[in-house]
Ligand binder design. Structure first.
Ligand code: TYM
Length: 336
């Protein structure tokens, strides 16, 4: 008799805090779409995380719907992926509290993202420090095997592993210890205007990022001005001096699905003008159908809310029993 193997569980999250760019798409969303069907996917719109920096309530609500529409437009299929909003499943906040009580403060103070974000805030909210523990709760509640992310989230998943192991050691085997999944190309898409800095939502300088909803004019503007170098050969490279061209080539690779040797052969003997021209076309044509689907989906907010209600119900069916197990492990008397 063959024992049926459990499908790999995948969990990832994304913040509804501002316009998504091609870094989010190529580093994370494209991976989520690729794994659909073969794996059990949970994708979470993390509104509880978004409020760790101040948000305008009406804008947050709108952005939550917009992000849901955009994820579906990018290829997340709510029939194959449990797509839901974090605050719709209370177990996330509840489990976070328990994990707060097994995690040493020093582990959080070391987090690079916390240090970077805290520097920019006049007054740092406690939630910003606690952010990675909520992320650990997200992941651990679903017995997650794999967490597909961009490189900037790796430290948070490593912390999640440490928290899971510590809890398991103190209270007995409870959590699956997850592993981060990071692509070789696309792990860290860099700013087009400055290839030494990660492409980021918070950098709103025109030409820094290409947003997933950008049309041909914005794409052209950003690619035309994208930083290159004084070399002439178009090849993938880890040389920091060639970071701009390497970034453009990675973007080209991920939008076309071609291999690195195929791409280098295609551009052999050509100049940066050819690379930029082809790249503009490829990005414009790849984003066009996403933008069209997005506009269409946004026009029906009631349908988005309906899909999210189904997602929340599916997520609760997994997260709530897991959270109960956690509460029992730590010794809480359960209500009869
Ligand atoms: P967020 O919303 O900042 O980003 C969503 C995803 O996009 C990836 N990403 C990038 N990848 C490549 N190049 C870039 N320039 C780039 N910028 C962003 C991020 O790595 C991420 O995968 N803390 C998370 C959300 C979260 C989460 C989770 C993720 C909450 N709970 C549980 C995984 C599992 C965040 O703020 O992602």
């Amino acid at each position: 008799m063959t024992v049926p193997t459990k499908k790999t569980r995948v969990f990832s999250g994304i913040q509804p805090s501002g316009a998504l760019h091609i870094g989010n798409y190529l580093g994370a969303i494209q991976q989520w779409v690729a794994g659909q069907g073969q794996k059990t996917n949970f994708i979470c719109v993390v509104d509880l995380h978004a409020i760790t920096v101040p948000q305008e309530p009406a804008a947050l609500r709108q952005q939550t719907r917009e992000l849901t529409a955009l994820l579906i437009a990018c290829g997340i299929d709510p029939q194959q992926t449990t797509l839901f909003v974090q605050s719709h499943v209370r177990a996330h906040a509840e489990c976070c509290w328990i994990l707060n009580c097994v995690t040493p403060l020093g582990w959080l103070e070391r987090m690079t993202q916390y240090k970077q974000k805290a520097q920019k805030q006049e007054s740092v909210l406690v939630g910003l420090l606690d952010y990675p523990i909520l992320q650990a709760a997200d992941i651990l509640l679903y017995d997650t095997d794999e967490v597909p992310i961009g490189e900037d989230q790796k430290q948070h998943v490593e912390l999640t592993r440490d928290i899971a192991q510590r809890f398991n050691y103190q209270f007995g085997e409870t959590f699956v210890v997850p592993k981060p999944v990071i692509r070789e190309s696309g792990a860290r898409i860099m700013g087009l205007n400055d290839p030494t800095a990660k492409m980021s939502k918070s950098d709103t300088v025109r030409g820094h990022a290409i947003r997933i909803t950008d049309g041909p004019d914005e794409i052209k503007y950003a690619i035309k001005r994208a930083v290159t170098d004084a070399h002439s050969q178009i090849s993938f490279s880890s040389d920091p001096e060639r970071a701009g061209v390497n970034n453009l080539l990675q973007i080209y690779q991920l939008f076309t699905g071609k291999t690195r040797p195929e791409i280098e052969a295609h551009f052999a003997g050509k100049g940066y003008g050819a690379l930029k021209g082809d790249l503009m076309d490829v990005i414009t044509e790849s984003l066009r159908p996403i933008r069209e689907r997005y506009q269409h989906l946004l026009a029906d907010p009631a349908e988005l809310d309906r899909l999210l209600a189904i997602g929340a119900e599916q997520a609760r069916a997994v997260a709530e029993p897991k959270c109960r197990e956690v509460l029992e492990r730590v010794g809480f008397l359960r209500p009869s």
